[in-house]
Design a protein around this ligand. Structure first.
Ligand code: ATP
Ligand code: MG
Length: 392
């Protein structure tokens, strides 16, 4: 994973949130017994976890880290935190206690965890820092009296793009400014997803086909729901690529129409879920995706008859179709109607070829006229056409 590989190794190379980083250092420097805990609050992928790690390293402190699953019950907390709360280290080095993702704390049941933490913060011999995404979460509110908030915000698209350019450079990736800009925009301030997008765009065509095929064929031929889930989880690409690959496999299979319709219906719900995840940047919802596909999709397919097909649509074009381009969608709808196929069918199957044809100016103009599209489509289509690559 590039997001791990390119995790910043020092505070000063982190993107954005300079103020937040400085506040954390200042808080730590002046921390005394009985002082409030620091609470970093901000959207996913803005560097909260990374910042705490690097700050501990900078101050030569040992980090004692707990995440949401350790902090759900009072007993677990007590066991994990034990003596760090009550003693400073033998060698004089302090520990920094880190409770990550405290907004996942109560989740289903908060077995006294919040009260335990409040008490621990007041008594701790070592500074306690926490992180959370949601400033309005119940836990965050309940902890307000013992924490001072440090807000993390999304870096702007320009900063994200510069970061992507640096990563692309380090990977020897030949990425043009326009696609970096698009990815930066799409990532919506989430550096983790930005870097994931870059990785999927850059490496997709190389050697991952084999494994995507293996994963999905294993899914299509799984003996039970459990095996289906394992197979799905082994898929090497991004969730949206996975949905698209499933879609293509099912679309081109020769299973009974009713089964096909049911399966596509499940997929369209999965796609809606992904849309919600991407829009809200709520990556936690992702955990529902595979189980949903493994139970509902796998069941709807019945046995046999579907397999992975190589998909000709380059990933970046897919991204544009799905996320950016209202205009491409509009063309897909109109052209699809004209040809008697669905918008989606046209986008997935025919758009890459259509764009190649649209390199030819008379074709472009003819199509725009015949579909009765506005003038603005002329330069738009010309630009898309020059970007288009032959399907693999
Ligand atoms: N400020 C940043 N500068 C550079 N890379 C970053 C930054 N923030 C995040 N990243 C990238 O995103 C990955 C995840 O970052 P991190 O875990 O610190 O985010 P987070 O804010 O804790 O997210 P979450 O709320 O989901 O826990 C890092 O490994 C790194 O690749
Ligand atoms: Mg984190």
């Amino acid at each position: 994973m590039w997001s791990e590989k390119h995790r910043p190794t020092t505070l000063d190379v982190m993107v954005g949130n300079r103020e937040g980083r400085e506040k954390l250092a200042k808080w730590l420097k002046s921390w005394k017994r009985g002082a409030k805990a620091a609470l970093l609050v901000g959207p996913p992928g803005t560097g909260k976890t990374t910042c705490v790690h690097l700050t501990a390293a900078r101050f030569g402190m040992q980090l004692v880290e707990l995440n949401a699953s350790d902090t759900r019950t009072k007993e677990k907390l007590g066991r994990r935190l034990g003596q760090v709360l009550s003693s400073s280290n033998l060698f004089g080095t302090r520990s920094l206690v880190f409770l990550d993702e405290v907004d996942g704390l109560a989740g289903r049941a908060d077995y006294g965890a919040v009260e335990f933490i409040k008490d621990a913060v007041k008594k701790s011999e070592n500074p306690v820092v926490m992180a959370a995404n949601d400033p309005d979460a119940d836990e965050v509110r309940k902890l307000a009296s013992v924490t001072s908030k440090i807000e993390f915000v999304k870096p702007d698209a320009g900063e994200v793009q510069a970061f992507l350019a640096a990563v692309a450079g380090a990977e020897g990736l030949d990425a043009d400014g326009a696609s970096l800009e698009r990815m930066a925009k799409l990532a919506n301030g989430d550096l983790r997803s930005a870097i994931n997008l870059l990785q999927s765009g850059g490496s997709h065509e190389k050697d991952e086909e084999v494994t995507a095929a293996q994963a999905l064929n294993a899914f299509f031929s799984a003996m039970d729901g459990k095996a289906a889930l394992v197979a799905l989880r082994s898929y090497p690409g991004q969730p949206r690529e996975k949905i698209r690959d499933l879609f293509n496999g099912i679309l081109k299979s020769r299973i009974h129409e009713e089964r096909k319709a049911a399966a596509l219906d499940v997929l369209s719900r999965a796609d809606v879920l992904m849309g919600r995840i991407m829009r809200g940047q709520d990556w936690r919802l992702l955990r529902y995706l595979d189980p949903m596909l493994a139970s509902e999709l796998w069941t709807s397919l019945g046995d046999g008859g579907v397999s992975y097909v190589m998909d000709g649509v380059p990933w970046l074009l897919q991204l544009r179709i799905w996320n950016d381009s209202k205009k491409l969608k509009e063309i897909g709808a109109l052209a699809g109607r004209r040809l008697g196929i669905s918008q989606r069918g046209f986008l997935v199957e025919d758009m890459p070829y259509f764009l190649l044809l649209a390199r030819d100016a008379p074709f472009r103009e003819g199509v725009i006229k015949s579909l009765d599209l506005e003038e603005t489509f002329v330069p738009f289509l010309a630009k898309e056409a020059t970007r288009a690559r032959a399907p693999s």
